[in-house]
Design a protein around this ligand. Structure first.
Ligand SMILES: Nc1nc2c(c(=O)[nH]1)N[C@@H](CN(C=O)c1ccc(C(=O)N[C@@H](CCC(=O)O)C(=O)O)cc1)CN2
Length: 284
């Protein structure tokens, strides 16, 4: 047996087409969704991600407002821009690309974004909504992982899911979303001794630790679903995830590739969240 591929590019195309349809309906009512994307500094990877977000807006019909600032921008200046965008009724989502330059307190910036416009789902209030299952914005990467798992048609009810990683933006919200889908959830991390003891019991493994080859074939139960959130570069400079694809694919039932798995879904769920932000304002 070899695992079937969960194709994040294909699922993204499908979901973006649905977003485009709903966006067109809102736009026809004079309520075109708008997303403000703020990039501070000159990190080359961030510039690529931001460009891809603007492109995704173009293909879905969402209006993008790209604001680029030098790394020397002060925190006060950035907070003032966010305040202006919070008060702009044509802007439904605000996104500040991470990481920010070191002199800026990222959490302060995130908390300055209105909860109604926090389409990254990064704020403390959004985290609370994710934890309680209240309506709000789910962080895009774990939200995308849930859609990828859903696309396999496998139910999560009663299954054991192991999340490797405990970041506030991926690992922790991922565990909460799996829990809400009635999985039994274990969170492991870089400090977990003998990771395989846990992952070998898992029906679903989500690897989000940021270290290549964290999950190998001998650590995976036959038939498990494996979701790879990692974006790393190997010794040859090639993009790779946290999962050793070659050894895990023959054991798993479903697996996401890197690239082309979770990555594109992150941007797709940003489009979904922005559309929903605009739809919510329409409802008053
Ligand atoms: N404000 C935010 N900042 C950051 C986020 C975020 O969700 N919001 N996430 C990451 C970067 N990111 C989006 O911003 C992101 C990372 C990777 C991909 C992606 O499509 N990856 C491709 C491979 C791309 C490549 O070739 O390098 C893939 O995995 O197929 C999309 C978005 C940090 N900052």
């Amino acid at each position: 047996m070899t695992a079937r591929i969960i194709d994040g590019n294909a699922l993204s195309t499908q979901l973006r087409a649905e977003v485009a349809q709903r966006t067109a309906a809102l736009t026809a009512q004079g309520r075109q969704p708008g997303l403000a994307v703020i990039l501070v500094g000159d990190d080359p990877a961030s510039a690529v991600y931001v460009r891809n977000k603007v492109k995704a807006c173009e293909t879905t019909g969402i209006r993008s407002i790209l604001e680029q600032y030098p790394a020397s921008m002060s925190q006060a200046e950035l907070l003032a821009r966010i305040d202006a965008l919070n008060n702009d009724p044509t802007v439904h989502g605000i996104l500040v690309q991470m990481p920010l330059p070191k002199h800026i307190d990222a959490q302060k910036v995130i908390e300055a974004i209105s909860t109604r416009k926090d389409v990254d789902g990064y704020s403390v209030l959004s985290a609370g909504e994710t934890m309680t299952g209240l309506p709000g914005f789910r962080p895009c990467t774990p939200y995308g992982c849930m859609k990828l798992i859903e696309s396999t048609g496998e139910s999560l009810k009663g299954k054991h899911a192991v999340v490797i990683g405990r970041s506030n933006t991926v690992g922790k919200p991922m565990a909460l979303l799996l829990l809400q889908a009635n999985a039994t959830v274990t969170i492991c991390h870089s400090g977990t001794p003998d990771l395989g003891v846990y992952t070998r019991q898992a029906d679903i493994v989500v690897a989000a630790v940021g270290r290549q080859n964290t999950l190998r074939g001998d650590m995976v139960k036959r038939g498990a679903i494996v979701i790879d959130v990692g974006i790393n570069r190997n010794e040859q400079g090639k993009l790779c995830g946290d999962v050793d694809f070659e050894s895990v694919a023959p054991v798993a039932s479903w697996i996401t590739p890197v690239p082309g798995g979770v990555g594109p879904m992150t941007i797709t769920m940003l489009m979904v969240n922005t559309l929903e932000a605009a739809e919510r304002t329409t409802r008053g």
